[in-house]
Design a protein around this ligand. Structure first.
Ligand code: 5AD
Ligand code: SF4
Length: 440
């Protein structure tokens, strides 16, 4: 038996990191660790980091600085850095913050228990891209009960090399997990109480995992198979590239009832000139036509996206093109960012847009998105939607869940997490919808 110890994990960045943190906690469970909610109680602190924008890495270093006193008071405390900053910076992290004991890149998580055993007596760094399937080696045991929603990584890495992005360097080349493994993991999640699964991948719609018939299956094929699992009520996937939005996936949105009407389809810019410089391999018009086809298959689908403002050489006219594209698409949700130079990516070398210009564009774009988001949300009032209850709300008797379109919905009813109900929407607030149980 291993000695009982406490683990604190802080997760930055995307949903894939959230999934990875769960897997790492489970793997370290075998070494006697249970998770705790604060760094003060912990015997080991693990930061699962994000490298997508400059500020993300800075945040990690300042967070590490905060642990100095903890480490001084408890010299046995182990501090580890995982994730994409770990991959990008490697040993540099230990040079900058010598109290860090362990640095582990996203493709080496299955080696974490061995690394943890060595940490404390020596510094351990692993940023390899090994051949073996880390998730196979990171299986959960014992099988704990889970909440109603879960992430499941089916694809990782990216071969697209957008000129601004570090992902192909930090997460590596595109790899899909075999269909059978995904199905086994999904069935296991459902047995443990999960009713909604979000399939994750940096380019999830490029999924091409080996099927039981020995051929490569598409994401649509995988979704249709997952939809057969009894007890699994909802399927989502994120995040997608416009060029991989195949006909069969579009058709699945119209045909598979369990596939939810929400699609995150980043375009990044509405200017053809900038899209070309971004190496996006699609243009404005092909994106707009694609949205039309998706809406024809599933008219109520909520479209969400990502935008970068102030990409090198972006002019005011380019920015206006982006604003016009947003007007045309009518996004239900969107994430927008000022371009941030990432060392080693092609765009880092180019002429940069002034910071004030980036800030002004971001503000204008976000104001438009907020208006659209609110309009889409307000239009739900009077409609009846499916809601998966996730937890109790702040008011007595109130429960909170997510609608089919991923809006937060609150209602007062005698319900428990995991209940899937029909709700008539009666009000739309700044961040959520309110409703009542629909009769019949
Ligand atoms: N600067 C700003 N935003 C970026 N993103 C990716 N790389 C950068 C960068 N260098 C944004 C993109 C992507 C999202 C995950 O982060 O919009 O879709
Ligand atoms: Fe951040 Fe991208 Fe890494 Fe996710 S994959 S943690 S968003 S850099």
């Amino acid at each position: 038996m291993s000695t009982p110890r406490k683990l604190f994990i802080k997760t930055y960045g995307c949903q894939m990191n959230v999934y990875d943190s769960e897997r790492m906690a489970e793997a370290l469970g075998g070494s006697g660790y249970t998770e705790v909610g604060s760094p003060e109680e912990a015997d080991m602190i693990l930061l699962n980091t994000c490298h997508i924008r400059e500020k993300a890495a800075e945040k990690v270093y300042s967070e590490l600085g905060r642990y100095k006193d903890l480490k001084a008071a408890k010299p046995d405390l182990k501090i580890g850095v995982a994730g994409c900053v770990a991959q990008a910076e490697g040993e540099e992290i230990i040079r900058r913050q010598p109290m860090v004991d362990l640095v582990v890149g996203p493709q080496s998580y299955h080696r974490l228990p061995e690394m943890e055993a060595k940490a404390g007596t020596e510094k351990v760094v692993d940023t390899d891209f090994p051949e073996e399937d880390k998730f196979e080696r990171l299986k959960a045991r014992p099988k704990a009960k889970r909440g109603p929603t879960a992430f499941l990584t089916v694809q990782e890495g990216c071969d697209k090399f957008c000129a601004f992005c570090v992902v192909p360097y930090t997460r590596g080349a595109e790899v899909s997990r075999p269909v059978a493994r995904v199905l086994t993991e999904a069935r296991d999640l459902v047995e443990r109480g999960v009713r909604e699964i979000t399939l994750l991948g940096q380019n999830v719609n490029a999924y091409h995992g080996e099927g039981p018939d020995g051929r490569d299956w598409s994401l649509a094929g995988l979704i249709r198979e997952l939809a057969e699992i009894e007890g699994l009520e909802r399927i989502r996937f994120t995040t997608s590239h416009p060029n991989d939005m195949s006909d069969d996936l579009i058709a699945a949105h119209g045909e598979v009832g369990k596939l939810m009407p929400y699609l995150h389809l980043p375009v990044q810019s509405g200017s053809d000139r900038i899209l070309k410089r971004m190496n996006r391999s699609h243009d404005r018009d092909s994106y707009l036509r694609l949205i039309d086809r998706i809406r024809a298959a599933r008219p109520d689908i909520l479209i969400s996206g990502d935008f970068i403002v102030g990409f090198p050489e972006e002019t005011d006219a380019d920015f206006r093109d982006t604003m016009r594209l947003i007007e045309e698409v009518r996004y239900g949700q969107a994430f927008s960012f000022k371009y941030s130079t990432r060392p080693g990516t092609p765009a880092a070398e180019r002429e940069q847009v002034a910071e004030e210009v980036k800030s002004a564009r971001l503000q204008e774009l976000q104001a438009l998105i907020t208006r659209q988001q609110r309009a889409v949300q307000d239009a739900m009032v009077g409609q009846t939607v499916g809601v998966l209850i996730e937890r109790a709300g702040r008011m007595p008797g109130q429960m909170v869940g997510k609608s089919d379109h991923l809006h937060a919905v609150h209602l007062t009813a005698d319900l428990a997490p995991g209940d899937l109900v029909r709700v008539r929407i009666t009000e739309s607030g700044p961040n959520s919808l309110g409703g009542v149980l629909a009769r019949g």
